[in-house]
Design a protein around this ligand. Structure first.
Ligand code: NAD
Ligand code: HSO
Ligand code: ZN
Length: 416
């Protein structure tokens, strides 16, 4: 069922975070929304079947509140509890990021930490509504102190709208895809231009985020879901298969990998995948995703660790004996799930850490969404004892002349 890839060939099956064709397609959509605003936004949303012709683009905070009010008490509690777990984790993260002041020659310098003003929080809604992603993104933005928080999600269901209310969002853009990202980046008649755009999405959403990055801050490329399970013969094939399918069902573009020292476990997992797919309502998507997926039989856990570090997956589950020791040797992943009980799906639904995580090997250079995504470290300096700063002034003059920048040298000389 999972194709077999050899240890040496793993680098060859690595995919780019976004393919060139999708980037070209997304660029056309982004440019049209940038140039035409709401007209293009509505046109793409209707053409992709996300919005009925004439339906409003924006859902107000009051409508989101009323969606929440109409939920059952149980579902209200579910959203509130999940939001609270995400909030508590994000608040703990916020406390680790602080301002700093230190002495410099003749004065002081430091940094302060301040939130961005406007955030656009994308939550997928193409195949499945993901209220959990609304909470992950918008709650975190609010904890960071962002003033204006917009959620964008196509075909928002009642629970998606209610999640936007619970997260404290100001409004919900009922549009998805590259067109939503473009609207949040450039602003339209109905949508404010954002300073940061965050959140997961499919290949078109991810391509559009890559295209607008630089103009606005983005969290990272959080594309189609990935899971790598690193297992030895202590793992249970039924559980491994269930975990692999949980990520495979997200998108035909999703990808799952099983790396194991046990060929028996790989065989048993393949048998289980086939059996579990038989009763899985999302089996069509999952079967497609399994075509992008593979297993690798490794000689030792050390080889498995090396391989996982090469893949740098979005999610990495460690299902081995002494999982804590194995985990300490893993270097590249979006989220790490240590031991047989630490199911990846518990992270999806708000154990604490954020579920918006880097894909396509980008975990080598970035972590997942956090309060830090919405914060800026702004530096400052003040010289109030010019005599004590003369060494710095002389160095600036000399270095400026090495660089051929005479105006810099003269500016520094004014401080002698
Ligand atoms: N990495 C993460 O942190 C993370 C977290 C949650 C979900 N995800 C991923 O988010 C994705 C959700 O995907 P989805 O499709 O269900 O919802 P989505 O909201 O990301 O995308 C739906 C939008 O895609 C656009 N679209 C669809 N077909 C198109 C086409 N042919 N050309 C241009 N645009 C098109 C439409 O505008 C539609 O609104 C999945 O890949 C899932 O694995 C990732
Ligand atoms: N597994 C996804 C991240 O790849 C997050 C998610 C949301 N809902 C269910 N799962
Ligand atoms: Zn998931």
């Amino acid at each position: 069922m999972l194709k077999v890839v050899s240890y040496n060939d793993v680098s060859r099956v690595r995919r780019d975070p976004v393919d060139a064709q999708t980037l070209t397609h997304a660029a056309k959509i982004v440019e049209a929304v940038r140039d035409e605003g709401d007209a293009a936004l509505s046109r793409f949303a209707t053409n992709f079947g996300d919005l009925e012709a004439g339906a409003p683009l924006v859902i107000s905070k009051e409508e989101c509140e009323s969606a929440f009010a109409q939920l059952s008490v149980e579902d209200q509690g579910l959203l509130t509890r999940t939001a609270e777990r995400i909030r508590v984790f994000a608040n703990a993260q916020r406390r680790t990021i602080s301002a700093m002041t230190m002495e410099i020659p003749g004065g002081e310098a430091g940094h302060d930490v301040s939130p961005m003003e406007v955030a656009g929080c994308y939550a997928p809604g193409g195949r499945f509504p993901l209220p959990s992603s609304v909470l992950m993104t918008a709650v975190t933005a609010r904890v960071a102190g962002v003033q204006t928080v917009w959620v964008a999600s196509p075909k928002p269901t009642q629970i998606t709208k209610a999640a936007a209310f619970v997260a404290g969002a100001d409004a919900l853009l009922a549009v998805g895809g590259a067109q939503a990202i473009a609207a949040l980046a450039y602003g339209t008649e109905s949508v404010p231009a954002c300073d940061a755009i965050v959140g997961p999405g499919n290949r078109w959403v991810t391509a559009a985020k890559q295209l607008v990055a630089g103009r606005v801050a983005i969290d990272m490329l959080a594309g189609p879901s990935e899971l790598l399970v690193l297992a030895d013969d202590s793992a249970d094939a039924v559980t491994v298969a269930a975990d692999l399918l949980a990520q495979a069902e997200h998108d035909p573009d999703a990808s799952v990998v099983l790396v194991s020292t046990s060929s028996e476990l790989i065989d048993a997992t393949n048998t289980e995948l086939a059996a579990q797919l038989e009763t899985l309502p999302t089996h069509e998507t999952a079967r497609e995703a399994l075509k992008n997926s593979y297993s690798v039989h490794v000689r030792s856990i050390a080889h498995g660790i090396e391989l996982a570090n090469r893949v740098a997956p979005e999610h990495l589950e460690v299902m081995t004996r002494d999982a804590g020791k194995v985990a300490r040797q893993l270097r590249h992943y979006g989220g790490l799930f240590i031991g047989h009980h630490s199911a990846e799906v518990l992270g999806d639904y708000g154990a604490g850490p954020n579920h918006v995580l880097p894909t396509g090997g980008t975990a080598r250079s970035t972590g997942g969404l956090s309060v830090a995504t919405f914060l800026r470290m702004r530096t400052w300096m003040r010289i109030d004892n010019p005599e004590a700063a003369q060494g710095l002034v002389e160095d600036a003059i000399t270095l400026a002349r090495h660089e051929g920048l005479e105006a810099h040298a003269r500016s520094a000389e004014r401080r002698k």
